[in-house]
Design a protein around this ligand. Sequence first.
Ligand code: PEP
Ligand code: MN
Length: 281
Amino acid sequence: QIGRHGDLEAIGFTYNGIKISQDTFHIFAGLCAVDTKENAEKIFAALAKVGIETARMGAYKPRTSPYDFQGHGRQCLPWLFEMAGKYGIKIIAMEVLSPHHIEEINRALEEAGHPTGVMLQIGTRNAQNFELLKAVGSQHEHPILYKRGMGLTLEESLNACEYIASEGNRNIVFCLRGVRTHLGDPHRNLVDFGHVPVVKRLTRLPVCVDPSHPIGSRVAAPDGIMDIFHVAAQGVIAGANIVLVEFHPCPEEALCDGPQAITLEELPHFVEHMRIARKAY
Ligand code: PEP
Ligand code: MN
């Protein structure tokens, strides 16, 4: 159990040399969807330049329309993992939509000689896909980044995490990524980062915030700072342990979530913004 039923022992883990707990802080930045080798390499090089060893990269994409780009899937894994290793990336957060994808990731890692690690991401659309939750929970190699269901109560999402933990894998990060409301919103979803301390108190899991998906665009406040920066800072000041954020070298060419992708020129500013926010925590 992860703490929902009274077991409040701190939970954290070290994976591929990176410690993740309620006391650590990391930025997982990268592409929403892996498109070209050139773009992936630009991201890894930019991360290496600012000293970041953790990335996000989507190979399998849960799209609203079946006619939209579904991700390159296993085809991109061999070169993606090898390239990540070349740039010193220790963990890639990567969404899986089916237990089959875990096998594909394992095979690609094995064949490449484990140049990097993968944290298996459960997307908000699969937040109550119990068979998938049990599948990621019953393997003990990879940690899990669980994203809160955008239409679920917090209680329901915490119970979904119990499905993972009950299968034996307690290396879980709980990610807040905004929720849908009936109230209308200038953003894509309502930011729920006020729940960072709530989840930390109730579960002792490390908590992640994703500012990209609830905001949904590069819109900026009159101060010139993007809303994505502002809300990410709110999450970090509230004690978030991971920020998961989408970048693209050329957002207009992105095959998924281009409008919310931040450019690589912004990366050092984003990192500095987060550093200051973490200090303020
Ligand atoms: C993603 O991280 O690319 C993603 C699809 O996120 P979510 O499941 O939160 O919508
Ligand atoms: Mn995305």
